[in-house]
Design a protein around this ligand. Sequence first.
Ligand code: CA
Length: 226
Amino acid sequence: MAQRILLVEDEPEIASYLVRGLGYEDYHVEHVATGAAALAAAREHPPDLVILDLGLPDMDGLEVARRLRAGAPIPILMLTARDAVADRVAGLMGGADDYLTKPFAFEELLARVHVQLRRAQARQQHELLRFDGVTVDVAAREVRVGDQRVELTAREFDVLELFMRHPRQVLTREQVYERIWGYDFGADSNVLEVYVRALRQKLEAAGAPRLLQTVRGVGYVLRDER
Ligand code: CA
């Protein structure tokens, strides 16, 4: 389903430019030109993200942001005039997640939109991966065995998350290197072995059984062999 963007912008040229561009990227865009219309539209069809011009004819954009936020934690991307530095700061304080200074390149706006929507999605889903007593909270980057929290380094977490996403599936060393490090360390490297050993020690110290099994000559698999 297309994600909904509410565009609040009173300058017709900018508005039509953004409606066209975002529509082309398969977003469902609703455009309004005033703060009052924005609040009404957000109530009627809650958007996934709001692009909000700071200078609106009827209402301060910051006030609109505050009221939108009072209803729901919607990501807001604020559009500000070129030298409104103080306003930018206030915009962030007032609940905007990000801002762009006019004039901006469409690609820049699109990149910000992607980031905000991705973050919002991760927050909403609060995705939990579970396998045999081990729980990985993807958004919070927390790992537990039962109730016990396990402290992992960032890379250890990445390796564990990868295996938790592919339980009982043999992942070759090459696959893991490509996914986590972006390149293959080669057959002689023991980088992955080091991480697997550390993960086994930490998980097992917290009471988990041996879950990362070696598949000799190939790679590893997340599987309980009790
Ligand atoms: Ca304006």
